[in-house]
Write a protein that binds this ligand. Sequence first.
Ligand SMILES: *Cc1c(COP(=O)(O)O)cnc(C)c1O
Length: 498
Amino acid sequence: MSRLRYSSTRDSSLQVSSSEAILQGISKDGGLFVPETIPAFAPGELAQLQGSSYQEVASAVLSRYLTDFSQEEIDTCVKKAYGSKFPEGEAPLAALKDGLQVLELWHGPTCAFKDMALQMLPQLLTVANKKAGDGKTILILVATSGDTGKAALEGFCDVPGTEIAVFYPQDGVSHMQKRQMVTQAGENVHVCGVDGNFDDCQTGVKRIFTDGHAAAELAAKGMRFSSANSINWGRLAPQIVYYVYAYLEMCRAGQVAMGEPVNFAVPTGNFGNILAAYFAKEMGVPVGKLICASNRNNVLTDFLREGRYDRNRPFYTTLSPSMDILVSSNLERLLYLLSGRDDGLIGRLYRDLSDSGRFAVKEEMLGRLKESFAAGCADDAETSAAIKEVYDRSGYLCDPHTAVAFKVYGEYRAATGDKTPTVVVSTASPYKFPASVLEALGGELPGKNDFSILSSLEERSGAPAPVALKALRDKPIRFGDCCMPGEMFGWVKAVLNI
Ligand SMILES: *Cc1c(COP(=O)(O)O)cnc(C)c1O
């Protein structure tokens, strides 16, 4: 098979192999790596995958993208990442009474969909480092709006040859999310709050990555940076798998016949999850509309409707903190693809974004966006109402992120009359946000303690909470540091003694 190269969105001539793309995380010029062609399924190939296990689908999809990995290496990575880590199945599809399907992506160790990729990325990185690396210890820096941090910590915990440092907005994550991170076990894990919001964390991490001086300092100590944020191709590729798998499951369940389209409604923040769905579509999975659901930070809703991206607006902390984002990094990859890989254009748009906080695309590009995407948003009141409505209607308990997708899908369907079978992508266990969910159902909060709230929610719904969350109560707190956005690299050096 010919080797697939990956090019930077801001300079198509900057090309690397898949292992280099995964090792580098972000391209030297600040662009993101995109495969030079999208490896589509040949006619009949998708149908042949019917009846395959999640792991088999994962091997089939990943081997098309990671062409400098051997099949055996990919199979080993897949085996280590999935299976026993997901005792209830990697991506079960739940059928609701009203005909909607819910793709539950939160049966991994941290109860959020980030596990789907972050159990895999450390495996891919370790192999890539052997292939294309220089034997240096990999330092993973993560900016998190809540779920990525814990999932990355869990994925990298005690993986040989790696260190991981996670930054989260001090007041921008839920109590449960914070608790998950500050109790993380492992010798190679480091956690710090930042006095700022998620964008401050993300910008801080990006600045460290692109600062040649910091890289040189690290290299002198036998280390190199990499990223576990969804800008890393090694995060995105494993996410394509569950869209292929979900489509096959829809066929198996008789919801659609092979070849008929399925819509996906996706709770969206950094645009990684929904972009993976777009890749699945471009590979030949029959996808109708991708419905991009945002919370009150609705910068993507405006963009996908009007073609103007504008981050100059208030930043809100919401009930769905993992979607509290004003700069959705992965959108850059989509614009690159839709512009026919016009690196000059992408360079200009993202210079505009960094200079003025905004950019606009032409009518033609907006038209192409609208062919594949629809968009909508929900504020906190609407999110709570959706949690209650879904529960009352179908007995299904969903978390606030998933509730945003339910709400936006309902509006989309009413406005368009589109009756295409639709999968709502569920990105977190409701028990990760027990206070928001219990209040939405009209329950009284039994005080402030998350664990008694969790028990109340269990009693009310009759569905047991994940063991991993209940066990947090008895884990010792290991991390309590907080720094300013400008101090992040200094903090890393201090905890690593370099
Ligand atoms: C990260 C996250 C999202 C947003 O996903 P993106 O890939 O960043 O768009 C949505 N819901 C939950 C629960 C998340 O953890």
